[in-house]
Design a protein around this ligand. Structure first.
Ligand code: SAM
Length: 312
């Protein structure tokens, strides 16, 4: 008997891993905080307020029309535009201090307008920081490894969770910035190791030293560089590094949190990376999208994906 389209029935999806149980992904909405909000987004741009400074930056995903009139957008103190083969540049129309403080709950950050249009904080991670602190407070003195740790948002969150944190980033100036944020947060005496190193090289060294961690956080960029200049590429370098990260987990780990901001890398991609690696440990995977609430439109804009493994 020949089959027709009507014979084709939807089957429950079979996955490579029994612990990939997520059939619907979570939408984690970062609502902003008194010192940070996304005011509007559209026409390939987003308008943000960082304390009393308003900036506009490119945002390729926001290709719907803007909600606010042009007059509101021209309030921006600074606007960043990327170029095809360079970091791009900020244009300032009102005076901006070289650095200024902002606060997300108990976490304190210094803001700066840096090349590539960065500001010293990935505010969508707000939705992870509270969870990191709360989990760790249940198991104080956990050993936590934070890779690609930038200015330390997750390091501060883990520090407030009374963890012993190892913070790793390839850029010395960024690690100094993270230390300054830790001091501003009141964590200057906290047990945090500040490491300037290539993340995969450091992880391989920790495997050889038989070091173990109870929690691992990683937010790998699409493209990066080791202090030696060696190139990091997410599509070729993440898989071997994750295998080594699994070897670093203690016998009683609390969590692994992987996030990404690479176009084409979805929540399902992250599940496919973590699921098979961690299935022998059982537990649970939660994956989804991180988004910012947009004040003007009450809509949201995409800001990356995450996958969190926790033991049952
Ligand atoms: C996407 S940011 C991480 C954001 C951070 N998780 C947060 O929420 O604040 C990427 C970071 O990876 C660092 N990086 C790039 N290549 C690296 C490498 N090979 N080893 C270690 N860090 C690297 C960059 O210096 C940058 O700070």
């Amino acid at each position: 008997m020949s089959s027709s389209a009507s014979d084709v029935r939807a089957e429950p999806m079979k996955t490579t891993s029994p612990i990939i149980e997520t059939r619907s992904h979570t939408l984690l909405v970062a609502p902003g905080f008194p010192d940070y909000e996304v005011l509007d987004a559209g026409d390939g741009l987003k308008l943000e307020r960082l304390g009393d400074v308003v900036i506009s930056r490119q945002c390729a995903q926001a290709f719907w029309p803007r909600a606010l009139p042009e007059g509101e957008w021209t309030r921006a103190h600074a606007t960043h535009f990327r170029t095809d083969n360079g970091p791009g540049a900020w244009t300032t129309t009102r005076k901006v201090r070289p650095a200024w403080p902002i606060r997300c709950g108990d976490l304190h950050f210094e803001m700066r307008l840096t090349e590539f249009g960065h500001i010293g904080m990935f505010a969508e991670q707000q939705v992870q920081w509270g969870d990191i602190t709360a989990r760790l407070l249940e198991k104080p003195e956990s050993r936590v490894l934070n890779l690609f740790a930038y200015t330390g948002g997750s390091t501060l969150a883990a520090g407030l969770g009374k963890a012993r944190v190892t913070h790793v980033d390839a850029v010395k100036g960024v690690v100094s910035w993270a230390r300054a944020n830790a001091t501003a947060t009141g964590l200057e005496a906290a047990p945090i190791r500040w490491i300037v190193d290539d993340a995969p090289t450091f992880v391989a060294r920790e495997v050889r030293r038989e070091v173990r961690y109870d929690g691992i956080i990683l937010d790998p960029p699409t493209f990066g560089r080791a202090p030696t200049g060696a190139v990091w590429k997410i599509e070729s370098d993440l898989v071997p590094m994750l295998a080594n990260c699994e070897r670093l987990l203690s016998d009683d780990p609390g969590f692994v949190l992987l996030s990404a901001h690479t176009p084409g890398v979805t929540a399902a991609t992250l599940e496919n990376l973590l699921g098979p690696l961690l299935e022998k440990r059982g537990g649970r995977l939660e994956a989804g999208e991180m988004v910012h609430r947009v004040t003007a439109s009450k809509s949201v804009i995409p800001a990356g994906v995450y996958c969190r493994w926790t033991p049952r």
